[in-house]
Design a protein around this ligand. Structure first.
Ligand code: EPU
Length: 359
């Protein structure tokens, strides 16, 4: 079937922020061949390309996108290949992420359980190396099938080729090069669930009284924790129009983290140094909690600036309340970044992809 290229298509409804202007050209694709056809059309016409999946990690500028937006929703299909102790699961880029996690947990396959309840599509998972509750996809991804626009052909990338790090990858560093078509994960049949994150351990211990939790229990608990922070897409939640965490947690030299801790103690923000959330992040490095820095810098949960604001449940969630423009959201993000910088000397980095707009 011939592709249906449309013009001036609103993008806001296709993003979880519900913000941003239209696409000059827009096409939905339902197969890898169609995706390649759409890319060739853009190349012929000299149009820039924006790949759109679940729109859950994207901020689109008010002017929209002056090129071709390719919507990957139609790229579907999941395949399980039994390999003895492990199972290789391959999912197409347009599969809803959480459906994949649910299917893996249903089959008692370990490796994705802590990533329950994350919005978006499978294709977005390797791009920002999605992670939560002590697990991330770099641990289980064995292959990413992608169209490499630089050499105009389909490539199979190994996990090493993807150069994963905290909330980052080769795809994020070179955003216009690859179109992720499908992702393969190696999961462990009957494997033990990952139980590494303090908050998750405490919640499960309170519930199970110490018995080893099942993958299903982990999934249910993770979703409950996320829901309590408005990090699950729920149509009845006033904090729902967001992109999850708006900033990444800063990874800084240990000495820099020590300085923040001393400052917090000296200024009476905490009683004990150990109260400042801080996690080891590789040799000589510490990860600080951006949500903590924002709150302690004086920006309270529930703060509003017109029709945008800070989530009432998590200081790292910037939220659109309806009727705002991207410009309003960016002004708030700048205010948050400036306030944290002035207070702690730490510069926060946005997590979502900013399209045709900047902080
Ligand atoms: N905190 C505050 N105030 C807040 C929020 C958090 O003081 O308003 C403190 C908490 O008390 C805690 C620390 O900050 O000590 C960390 O908070 P939390 O456990 O909620 O996790 P996070 O670091 O804010 C990260 C991920 C989330 C992921 C959770 C759970 C990033 C940028 N965010 O959030 O991922 O779900 O851990 O693992 O790494 C996302 O990337 O969009 C996302 C939601």
């Amino acid at each position: 079937m011939a592709l249906d290229f449309r013009e001036q298509v609103p993008l806001a409804p296709l993003t979880t922020f519900e913000l941003g202007g239209p696409a000059r050209f827009f096409v939905s694709v339902a197969s890898e061949d169609e995706a390649q056809e759409a890319l060739a059309w853009a190349a012929d016409g000299g149009h820039r390309v924006l790949l759109l999946g679940g729109g859950s990690n994207m901020v689109i500028g008010d002017e929209g996108f002056d090129g071709l937006v390719i919507h990957l929703e139609g790229l579907r299909g999941v395949r399980f290949e039994d390999d003895g102790d492990s199972v290789e699961v391959t999912a197409a880029a347009g599969e809803p992420w959480d459906d994949l996690v649910a299917r893996a947990v249903d089959r008692d396959l370990a490796g994705l359980e802590c990533l329950s309840g994350i919005p978006g599509f499978v294709g977005g998972a390797p791009i920002q190396n999605i992670g939560a509750y002590g697990q991330d996809v770099s641990e289980t991804i064995v292959r990413v099938r992608a169209f490499d626009r630089k050499i105009a052909s389909i490539v199979d990338l190994t996990s090493e080729d993807c150069e994963f790090s905290y909330r980052a990858s080769a795809f994020k560093r070179e955003p216009d090069r690859h179109v992720v078509l499908s992702v393969s994960f190696r999961l462990e049949a009957g494997g033990a669930p990952a139980l590494r994150y303090g908050e998750l351990q405490r919640a499960l211990a309170a519930e199970s009284g110490g018995a080893a939790p099942s993958l299903r229990q982990i999934r249910d608990q993770v979703i409950a924790l996320r829901r309590a922070k408005s990090m699950v897409l729920d149509p009845d939640d006033d904090n729902r129009r967001s992109a999850g965490s708006f900033f990444t947690n800063p990874i800084v030299p240990d000495a820099e983290a020590d300085r923040v801790v001393s400052l917090a103690v000296a200024e009476g923000l905490v009683q004990e140094p150990g109260e400042v959330p801080r996690y080891p992040a590789g040799p000589g490095l510490s990860k600080l909690a951006a949500g903590w820095l924002i709150e302690r810098a004086g920006i309270a949960k529930g703060t509003r600036r017109g029709n945008v604001g800070i989530s009432t449940r998590h200081a790292l969630g910037l939220v659109h309340h309806g009727g705002a423009r991207t410009t309003d959201l960016l002004a708030l993000a700048r205010e948050v970044r400036r306030t944290v910088k002035d207070r702690f000397g730490i510069t926060l980095v946005p997590e979502p992809r900013l399209v045709n707009c900047a902080l």
